[in-house]
Design a protein around this ligand. Structure first.
Ligand code: HQG
Length: 180
């Protein structure tokens, strides 16, 4: 049951961040909101999962990274970060801690050393506030090899004028981290 909910949560992430069209729904550009009823109907029509309001609320509340938010009246839902589709989410521009971390795989390091960290298909480069989170993120790309964790001198970058943002669920975001 729990594993089934993890799969469903991944499916919801995919819809809300990358491919709403796979269940025939739209995401509002401003705020990245999806209509909750349309999301549930789309998921149920697609057939692989069954979802209702209590289950959706449970998944949102139980999410370890706070990936999703409802709007104030609960009619809309969004992923708080990680989109590849063109959406605009207001994020707080904030001075970062002295160091932030980025977990990745060795096979990307040649390119990272040459070009710095680039957002790839997502809107921003994601940086973790702590080493342990970066290890987990890096493992997603490196398994079964050990990941690489880059320690980013964020404080110095901020002092040089780089613009750091933090999502509602605490993931640091930046347009680019140069190689140096
Ligand atoms: C790499 C998870 C070659 C980058 C996490 C990463 C995160 C480069 C991959 C969120 C590069 C992109 C995002 C360059 C960066 N050349 N490769 N110049 N610059 N890369 O999945 O940061 O669990 O789009 O190192 O918590 O791994 O999904 O980004 O390996 O916040 O909620 O290109 O995903 O959140 O991969 O992960 P991704 P990410 P969720």
């Amino acid at each position: 049951k729990k594993e089934e909910n993890v799969k469903l949560s991944r499916f919801i992430s995919k819809i809300l961040r990358h491919q709403p069209e796979i269940i025939g729904i739209e995401i509002e550009r401003m705020g990245a909101w999806a209509d909750v009823n349309a999301l549930m109907e789309g998921i149920n029509t697609k057939g692989k999962f069954h979802i209702d309001r209590p289950l959706l609320e449970k998944i949102v509340a139980a999410d370890s990274k706070g990936r999703y938010s409802f709007n104030s009246d609960g009619t809309k839902i969004r992923a708080n970060q990680g989109h590849s589709i063109d959406v605009v989410i207001e994020m707080e521009h904030r001075t970062p801690p002295e160091y932030l971390y980025h977990g990745t795989a060795w096979r990307f390091m040649g390119s990272i050393v040459a070009k710095g960290l680039l957002p790839g298909s997502r809107q921003f480069v994601h940086l973790s506030p702590d080493y342990a989170t970066a290890v987990t993120v890096g493992f997603r790309h490196s398994k079964p090899e050990k990941p690489v964790v880059l320690k980013i001198h964020a404080g110095q970058m901020a002092a040089e004028g780089f613009d750091f943002m933090i999502s509602d669920n605490g993931v640091w975001q930046i347009a680019h981290v140069p190689p140096q």
